[in-house]
Every structure is written in C-alpha cells, then in structure tokens.
Design a protein around this ligand. Sequence first.
Ligand SMILES: Cc1ncc(COP(=O)(O)O)c(C=O)c1O
Length: 445
Amino acid sequence: MANVVNSTAAKLHISPTLEINELVSKAREQGKHVIHLGFGEATFPIQQDVLQAHQDASNETSYMPVAGIENLRASIASFNADRLGVKISPDQVVVAPGSKPLLFGLFDILDGAVLLPRPSWVSYEPQVLHARKRLFWVETDPVDRHTITESSLLSAHQKAISEGVIPRIMLINSPSNPTGHVFSASCIRTIKEFCRSKEIVLITDEIYSDICFDESQKGTSAFDSSNDDTETVILTGGLSKTYSAGGWRIGYAIFPPSEKGEIIRKTILAYASECWSAASTPAQLASIKAFSTSEAMCSYRKSVTALHRYCTGKLYSALKELGLDVGQPGGGFYVYPSFSPYAAQLDKLGISTSADLSAWLIRECGLATLPGSAFGEDDDGPLHGRFRLRMSTSYLYFQSEIERYEKGYALLESCASGKDIQLPYLEEAIEALENAVQKLKSVRL
Ligand SMILES: Cc1ncc(COP(=O)(O)O)c(C=O)c1O
C-alpha cells in the first residue's frame, strides 16, 4: 500500500499523558481500582465570576480578531507587566486556543535547531521533530534533574555544531513540568547570556508561573520586554493550570517589542490566521476576568497556590521518607522521583526502564504515573534517569464534577487560611506508594 501519511507524521503517536488516561479508564472499566497520578489537568473549581462570565457569553458566536480580543490582550499585558515589573503593551500579546498550538507554531516558523533541557514536558520533543528540526538535549543535574549550567549549555551547543547544525531556538519551562523546579534568577541570567551570545531565540513557557510556592519567585523570568535586537525572549502562558480551565483552550504568547520580536509576532499571526483563526469567543470573554488583578482574582490565585503547595509538599515528603531520590518542588503540581535506590530489586523483577516501572506500578500496585522516558530521559543513560517517574497531584482532590463544586471552594479557602484540611485521595496515594516500596524491599536479592 502506498504511504498514506508522510514519514514525519508517521512518527507521531498519541501523547503519553492522554494515553495513560485511556489506560486508567480501561482498568477502571474492568473494575480495578487505580490511583491516577498520571495526568496534569488542574481540577479546582473555576472562580465564580469567571464561570459566570463564560456562561453569560455562551451566545457569542462570532469569530474574534486573530490576535485575540483587545480587552483580553490588555488584561494579559497588564497582569504580566505587574508580575514582572516591566512595560508590556497589548499589541505584544497573541491569544490562541491554548499555548500548545502557539508553541507548535513557534517551533514551526522559527529557524534552526532546538535546545531543550532534559527532562522537558512531553509535547515539546514531538513538536520539534514534527517541525523537521533537530533537537539537542541540555543535561540538567543528574541527581535532582534541576539545574542547568553554562557547561551543559555549551556542551549541547557544541554537539549540534559538530553534527553540522546551528541551534537558534531554546525553550525553558519554570516552574517545570515534570520536575517542579523553579529556575533561580542567576540560572536564568546564565541561560539568557548564553542565548544572547549564540543568537538563540529563547522561549520561556511560564504556564505554571502563578503556582510558585515561594511568592518572591513569581516574577523571576527571562522575559524583560526588551526592544534590544541582540536578545529575543518570547513568553507563553495560559488559562489551563492556575484557572483549572484547560478545556476552554486559552493560551497566549508575549513577544518583545524589538524588530525581531515584531517579525516573529507578525509571522505567527499569519500562521494563526490560516490555522486556528481565533480562540473561542466565550472563553476569551471569561478570560478577561481571569487574568485581572482584582482582589477576588488575586485571592483565588493565592488559594490555588496554597493548596498545590500543601498537597505536592506532602507527596514529596512521603516519597523522600520512602527512600526515593526526589528533588523538592518549588512550584507547579508535580514531583519527579527516581526509584534508582531500588535498582537491584527492580533488576530482579526484570524492570530495566521507566516505562517498565510505570507499567509494573499500574499493574501490581494500582498506581498510574508517567515514565521519565516520556520527558526525554534516556533508557540507556545514567541510572537516576532510567527509573524516574512523573507524579501529578492534580487528580487527588475530587472523585467527580459534583464533588469538585460542592467541596472545592471551601477546600481552597480552608487551605489558604491555614485550617486543617483532609485529602483522603492523597492519603490513599501515599499508602499505595508505601505498599509499592514495601513490595520492592521484600524482593530477595
Ligand atoms: C509545560 C506545559 N506547557 C504547556 C502546556 C499546554 O497547555 P495549554 O495548551 O492548555 O495552554 C502544558 C499542559 O500540560 C504544560 O504542562
């Protein structure tokens, strides 16, 4: 049979995050109990005014401007200007149906090979490869998978040059999915300086930036709205994480007001006009409220951060207690432990990769997690990386949509005001992890 899809498209598969969801649904249909730590979908109840604004706009059916509704671009510009302490004009903002298509478009239109920290969110690598670009991993500290150093940047760059390609794009994501790490100001300075010296466009994916456990780090960003053409930094963000509205599909990019920034912005607008036209109108109208700096929204963002900090912190402490190698998350809602301290036991069980380990956990312990290999970890690389799993806390709050709205607002409020809260699904997850480690400890060596 002749090829139906081209050779680049043939390499695409369903994203591992969505695949694990399907596996969990199947196991549950078979009556199995599965604790879902595999999917990073924020599930808190949507802030009431934002929800109301979406309902009120449901009869708005016209296409909006390609770049997004002006008031929404103004709201996004002013929110980020406040957070970062820089000037941002609404004209620098482009709104899209999620930040994912914007990232996809940016990898597609920008020139040159790509540098990505290892590990990185599951979708960047397929997006880069689909844009027919070469990807070079920038190694992070092998023990906690956190820090990027100048030497790791130079070594990834050197590798690309030795293979005859020039990196012109780099992406960083802080707080990071999967590690929960927040880059320090000095680390960001190192990355920016490196990108400037090598004429690399830097994309900073800040979709988790509100969920920083140390309030003072919320404004730490590579984006400075500079009009200096020797550096080009593009910021992306959206509605999916802080506002628990992933399905409404609202994301944005902010471009620098420099000549290069303008060229990229205009090109992505032309791309958008031929591809998605505009983001959903009711969702855009509701987002004007979401990104506002009103007292109600600031307090909502605070409560969301407090609850993620509490739950993610508890899971991190439990994993540490169980003897796993795990870095302390500084933001987001993920932990990224390595089971490498139990490498001998895993070997006895015939488990040699993070995918084997993730399959064993779902089969034997009813725990769904994502393997490190989905984030670029090398199955033939160092031990730490081979046994890493990403665990998401976002499904540990409610069992149903009804519970989400009946209990969610009170839970957010209680956590923010420091009251005692009960998270039975978190306790259950910790117990299942204790049992899994007990199983490993009981393997005869
Ligand atoms: C690091 C990161 N960037 C971007 C996205 C995309 O979010 P959206 O397309 O919903 O804006 C996600 C979603 O999981 C993510 O984890």
